[in-house]
Design a protein around this ligand. Structure first.
Ligand code: HMG
Ligand code: MG
Length: 284
């Protein structure tokens, strides 16, 4: 049941840095992206076209996207609304990412929209992005539980996923935004999603709040998932999810996969160099 290889998507420059209170200078962010690009990862999430007042750390999205293009890497940038998409189009972003919460309270706090208004906006974003030949990633946040509403049902997640599938997302990343999932719910939820949406590409996005993230990764693999988001040095968190901690770390994930004889395509030495740089950058 174990795959020969998996894809790791590095989200450190976006999810990793967005929760950092002190602004990381743009030049340092670029250096981090450059180091990450050397480790042979297929895609890096490098920018977020959100409102600079909502997340000041991501205010230099234009510079990061422009730099990512100069570097020639395949990169992802967050675009929660049409305004964000216009900014991304100007920067020639190859792959966008929208994000909608499975719960009303979180979605309101995060992007100040109801779930249905968000989904409607996403349809417009997808249409325009497709016309520009951009690839589309769609996140479902709070895919297992929510800091405001507690347990999240399969039906809540399915509603958002169905909309993303019907409007043409290229892949859907299910986020354990607040890091409260456990291997059983992960196995059952991904199993059900794969049964209900057999043609859809799903990605698992774990935050390691309860130190269950690696167990959750293995449960996701057993449910047939082969794409994982992770963050160098385990940085990360969502400013609108109180108590949420970093993503599962890229180094931990790579070590786990390599010891399980599952290829990642990642160069361990280059990865370790990037991890040291990230830790020094943030004094961790
Ligand atoms: P809003 O204030 O409701 O927007 O923000 P609005 O449409 O009412 O517009 C107000 C003003 O903002 C207008 O300007 C707009 O043009 C401007 P004015 O006319 O007053 O001068 N505006 C923008 N400016 C720059 N960029 C934009 C933009 N949109 C409108 N994109 C908005 C709505 C969504 C923009 C805001 O709430 C926001 O930026 N939220 C971001 C929240 C965020 O970044 N959260 C973290 C990422 S999600 C996450 O971490 C989860 C994930 O990792 C997966 C997981 O773990 O589950 C992805
Ligand atoms: Mg996240």
């Amino acid at each position: 049941i174990f795959p020969k290889e998996v894809e790791i998507i590095e989200v450190g420059p976006r999810d990793g840095l967005q929760n950092e209170a002190v602004f990381v200078p743009t030049e340092k962010k670029k250096e981090l992206v450059r180091k990450l690009s050397k480790m042979g990862v297929s895609r890096i999430e490098t920018a977020s076209f959100v409102h600079p007042k909502a997340v000041p750390q991501m205010a230099d999205a234009v510079e990061l996207a422009t730099f990512s293009n100069e570097l020639g890497i395949d990169f992802i940038a967050l675009t929660p609304n049409l305004k964000a998409l216009s900014r991304a189009i100007e920067c020639k972003v190859p792959q966008i990412a929208v994000f909608v919460g499975a719960t009303e309270t979180f979605n309101q706090k995060n992007i100040r929209f109801s779930i249905s208004d968000s989904l409607e906006e996403c349809s417009l974003v997808f249409k325009k992005a497709k016309a520009c030949q951009m690839k589309i990633r769609a996140y479902v946040s709070m895919g297992f539980s929510c800091p405001y509403e507690g347990n999240v049902s399969y039906e809540q997640v399915e509603r958002v996923v169905r909309h993303f599938v019907e409007t043409g997302a290229d892949e859907i990343s299910i986020g354990d935004t607040n890091g409260q999932a456990n291997p059983r719910i992960v196995y059952e939820r991904f199993g059900q999603l794969k049964e209900d949406f057999p043609e859809t590409i799903f990605v698992a996005h774990f935050h390691d709040t309860n130190l269950f993230a690696y167990a959750n990764v293995v449960a996701a693999i057993q449910a047939g998932i082969t794409k994982f988001d992770s963050s160098i040095a385990g940085l990360g968190g969502c400013p609108f999810s109180p108590g949420a901690t970093g993503n599962v770390s890229t180094e931990g994930l790579v070590k786990l996969f390599h010891e399980m004889n599952i290829a990642t395509g990642i160069d361990v030495n280059a990865m370790n160099e990037a991890a040291i740089f990230a830790k020094e950058l943030l004094n961790k």
